[in-house]
Ligand binder design. Structure first.
Ligand code: GDP
Ligand code: CA
Length: 319
C-alpha cells in the first residue's frame, strides 16, 4: 500500500510516526513536507519542518519539545550572542546546527534540496521517502495589520503570532514548481492523508505550490484529513492566529469547509475530528461529508496509530 502524507512539522511528524507503527513494514509512505518556513540564518539554510520530520521519524527528536534534537546544547548560539550577532529569539542548537551546515554544504555543491534531503535521510533512516514540496526557495511571509511583511518564523517564534495579521504571502511561489516525485506520489498513492498539521501555513502552503492542488484534485486515491483543531482550539501552537488571519473560524467543521470536499472542488474525501467535536461531525455529515469523531490526541505512538487507523478507515483503506 502506498500512502502519501502532506506534512508540516510537529503535528505531521507525530502523526506519521503513528501511521508507520500501524502500517510498517508493509506500506510505502511518502511525506511531502512544507518548506515555506525555511530561512537563511547565519549563512546556513534552516528547514524546520523537514528537520522535525527527520528527527521524529529517525528517533532523535526532543520528545517534550516536539522539534529539535534531544540532548541538545546551545554553545554556538550563546557565543554568537556574545558578538552581538544572531537573533536571540531563534533557537539554533549545536547538534541541529550540524544538520544545517551539512545541508548548506550540499546545497552549495549544487544539489537541489530534494537530493540534499535524501542524503541527510541516509543517516536518519526515517522509514519514509521524505520530499520537500519544492526544490525552489519559497518562504512564507506574514502581512501584518500595519502593512509590514515579515518572515513567518519572525512572526511565529519572536512575536508568538500575537501581532495581528491579515494574510500570508509565499515569496518565491510564482517561479516554484512541485519537487521531484511530489506529483507522482499523489497520483500513484492508494490513499493521501492530510495529518493534523496547520491548515494555513503547513498544508495550505504545500497546496499553494503549482501542480499540487491539481494533483490532489485528480488522483484516483481517496484523500482523508485529521483535524488539528480540537474543541475550538489548536492542540499546540497558535494555528488559531493563522486561521483568523485568513478569515476561517478555529473550529473543526470550519477547517473542513476551508479544505472543501473533492466532490465540490476541494481536496478532501473524509475528515476525522476529535470526540470533543462530535457535534461538528454531525453537522458535516448532514451536509454530505464522510466524517467521524474519535480520540485524536497524539499522546503516544500506539494512540497515534489508532488515530491513523481511524483516518484510513474513513475510506476503507485499512491494511
Ligand atoms: P508545525 O509545523 O511544527 O507547526 O507542525 P504542523 O503544522 O505539522 O502541526 C501543527 C498542528 O498540529 C497544530 O495546529 C496543532 O493543533 C496540531 N496538533 C498538535 N498535536 C496534536 C494532537 O495531538 N492532535 C491533534 N488533533 N492535533 C494536534
Ligand atoms: Ca512548520
Amino acid at each position: 500500500m502506498k500512502v502519501t502524507v502532506l506534512s508540516g512539522g510537529v503535528g505531521g511528524a507525530r502523526f506519521t510516526r503513528g501511521l508507520l507503527a500501524l502500517l510498517a513494514p508493509s506500506a510505502e509512505v511518502t511525506v511531502v513536507a512544507n518548506t515555506g518556513d525555511d530561512l537563511w540564518l547565519h549563512g546556513v539554510r534552516v528547514c524546520p519542518d523537514l528537520d522535525t520530520l527527520m528527527y521524529t521519524l529517525g528517533g532523535a527528536v526532543h520528545e517534550d519539545q516536539g522539534w529539535g534534537r534531544r540532548d541538545e546544547s546551545r554553545r554556538v548560539s550563546d557565543d554568537l550572542a556574545a558578538y552581538g550577532l544572531g537573533w536571540e529569539w531563534f533557537t539554533l542548537g549545536d547538534l541541529d546546527l550540524a544538520t544545517h551546515l551539512a545541508r548548506t554544504e550540499l546545497l552549495r555543491s549544487g544539489l537541489p534540496l530534494s537530493q540534499v534531503t535524501a542524503r541527510l535521510c541516509e543517516r536518519w533512516a526515517p522509514g519514509v521517502t521524505l520530499l520537500p514540496m519544492s526544490d525552489q526557495e519559497v518562504e512564507t511571509h506574514v502581512r501584518l495589520a500595519d502593512g509590514r511583511l515579515i518572515h513567518f518564523e519572525e512572526w511565529w517564534v519572536r512575536h508568538r503570532a500575537a501581532l495581528p495579521a491579515v494574510g500570508f504571502e509565499q515569496v518565491g511561489l510564482a517561479s516554484a514548481t512541485a519537487g521531484p516525485g511530489v506529483v507522482e506520489a499523489l497520483r500513484d498513492a492508494d490513499v493521501v492523508v492530510l495529518p493534523p498539521s496547520n491548515p494555513v501555513v503547513s498544508v495550505g502552503t504545500i497546496l499553494a505550490v503549482p501542480g499540487i492542488r491539481d494533483a490532489l484534485a485528480t488522483t484516483a486515491a481517496p484523500v482523508v484529513g485529521v483535524s488539528p483543531v480540537v474543541g475550538g482550539a489548536p492542540v499546540r501552537g497558535m494555528a488559531d492566529a493563522c486561521l483568523t488571519a485568513i478569515g476561517v473560524a478555529t473550529d473543526a467543521a470550519a477547517v473542513a469547509r476551508h479544505y472543501g470536499r473533492r466532490a465540490e472542488g476541494g481536496v478532501l474525501d473524509g475528515w476525522l475530528v476529535d470526540d470533543a467535536d462530535a457535534a461538528a461531525a454531525d453537522v458535516l455529515r448532514a451536509q454530505g461529508w464522510t466524517v467521524r469523531a474519535a480520540p485524536t490526541l497524539m499522546t503516544d505512538v500506539p494512540t497515534t496509530a489508532a488515530i491513523a487507523a481511524a483516518a484510513l478507515g474513513l475510506v476503507d483503506r485499512l491494511p
